[in-house]
Design a protein around this ligand. Structure first.
Ligand code: SF4
Ligand code: SF4
Ligand code: FES
Length: 447
């Protein structure tokens, strides 16, 4: 059943304008854009509005309806009462060109300021590989239709034109987060977001998330994780203090580690832990010292304590979970822990670590080793090969190659196994996993 609705529509340009009253017919199933089109066809043929798809996909018809940033084509008239007055105004954050059409070129200028995807120089197009979990994570951000409703609602620029040069806005924070989470991107996106795009000016009010027609969790999934990682690297007082004031015994342990003396490092770390059993730096030094000596099961006892002391902050917890899963897997590989007894702990630690990991690649080597110790060789090989496409530190790459070498040997791929082993040795000749890996390889007749 149709009815006549009362509308107030903003008419004007960048110099002047006012709300104009209309009474217009509304039919069942119509959206606000239908009404605007009816006005163009009847009372206001020169009414300017931008639109293209009428399906919520092109992002052109953004405006404010009763003061809320909305898509005209996705706002049903049935959401209003028949006696309501519906007010339609242009996006407030951007200059008006005419009536409901605004100049959103600010956003295109900001888009150009974000450097594009930067893969490793030695990787040719067609050789890019990434984990499914990373594809899925960034998929959410790629749903953006560039309607700029989030930009419009963000108070940092909505009420403060002077912030515009320094602030990119939520749409570009999700772009930066997407690139930051991309395993093959080589630029430091979070530092760039903080230093050049005004990430620090966002006070996570979540207004952008509330208006996003694609239901992208802009604040929770992009802005907050990026802010956390910036804080981890730049502002965390614990990290800062840890960097500035090395505690004596922990510092001695770290010096011994730097000098390659794992046994002295162990003694210094244990001395410090007698005074302060929860000293993070000493725990870390002890874990590294034990691992360097190939005593992975003992290292796992230390990482368990680290995990208990990690608190609830995402970054500490993520690091502690990853370290614990890794040393337990190494202990199983070396025959120091029985897989049957600790599989539940390994699986749950890995699962929790994966949930907090910024990208799937961070734990890919652990997943490959997990498959290897279970004898799932084909999966281990597949993951091991994939990890080689990613830009990782030399020791991590050496570990990945070692896992790959063992898995390949188990499948009878001796040539590729031997070459993976030799590359691993070049990268990290003192890898403490080597002796167990070599004995596994001997069992299979390789190495
Ligand atoms: S959460 Fe940040 S980016 Fe989003 S609207 Fe609020 S201040 Fe702006
Ligand atoms: S993030 Fe959402 S609100 Fe912002 S431009 Fe993209 S689709 Fe629009
Ligand atoms: S017309 Fe394309 S999103 Fe509304």
């Amino acid at each position: 059943m149709g009815y006549n609705a009362r509308f107030k529509v903003w008419r004007g340009d960048d110099t002047d304008g006012e709300l104009e009253d209309f009474t217009v017919e509304v039919n069942e199933g119509e959206v606000v854009l239908d009404i605007i089109h009816r006005l163009q066809a009847t009372a206001a043929p020169d009414l300017a509005v931008r639109w293209n798809c009428k399906a919520g996909k092109c992002g052109s018809c953004s405006a404010e309806i009763n003061g809320m940033p909305r898509l005209l084509c996705m706002t049903r008239m049935s959401t209003f009462g028949e006696s309501d007055v519906v007010t339609v105004t242009p996006l407030r954050t951007f200059p008006v060109i005419k009536d409901l059409v605004t100049d959103v070129s600010f956003n295109y200028a900001k888009a150009r300021e974000v450097p594009s995807f930067a893969p490793p120089a030695d990787l040719a197009p067609g050789e890019y590989r990434m984990a499914q979990v990373d594809v899925e994570r960034s998929q959410e951000f790629r749903k953006c239709i560039e309607c700029f409703l989030c930009q419009d609602t963000c108070h940092v620029i909505r009420d403060h034109d002077d912030n515009k040069p320094a602030f990119a806005g939520p749409r570009f924070f999700i772009r930066l987060a997407e690139l930051d989470m991309h395993p093959l991107d080589t630029l430091d996106r979070k530092r760039e977001a903080q230093q050049h795009h005004g990430l620090g000016m966002c006070n996570i009010t979540k207004c952008c998330t509330e208006v996003c027609p694609e239901h992208i969790k802009i604040t929770d999934n992009a802005i907050i994780p990026m802010k956390e990682r910036v804080v981890d690297t730049q502002y965390d007082p614990v990290v800062w203090l840890g960097n500035k004031i090395p505690r004596r015994a922990s510092a001695a342990a770290n010096r011994a580690l730097d000098a390659g003396d794992a046994s002295a490092a162990e003694q210094h770390a244990r001395a410090r832990l007698r005074d302060k059993p929860t000293d993070r730096s000493a725990l870390r030094a002890l874990e590294v010292a034990l691992s360097a000596q190939g005593r992975f099961a003992e290292a796992a006892d230390v990482t368990r304590v680290q995990l208990a002391e990690a608190g609830r902050g995402n970054s500490n917890r993520r690091a502690a979970l990853a370290a614990h899963a890794w040393v337990m897997l190494c202990a199983v590989e070396a025959g120091q822990l029985d897989l049957e007894n600790c599989e539940e702990e390994i699986a749950s630690t890995l699962q929790q670590a994966q949930r907090l990991a910024s990208t799937g690649t961070v734990l890919a080597g652990s997943h490959a080793l997990h498959n290897l110790v279970h004898g799932r060789l084909a999966e281990a090989v597949e993951q091991g090969r994939e990890t080689l496409h990613w830009d990782r530190p030399p020791q991590t790459r050496a570990d990945d190659l070692l896992t790959l070498s063992e898995a390949l040997a188990g499948l009878g791929e001796d040539g590729e196994s031997a070459s993976a082993m030799s590359e691993s040795l070049t990268l990290w000749p003192d890898n403490p996993r080597l002796s167990s890996a070599r004995s596994n390889l001997r069992e299979t007749g390789v190495g």
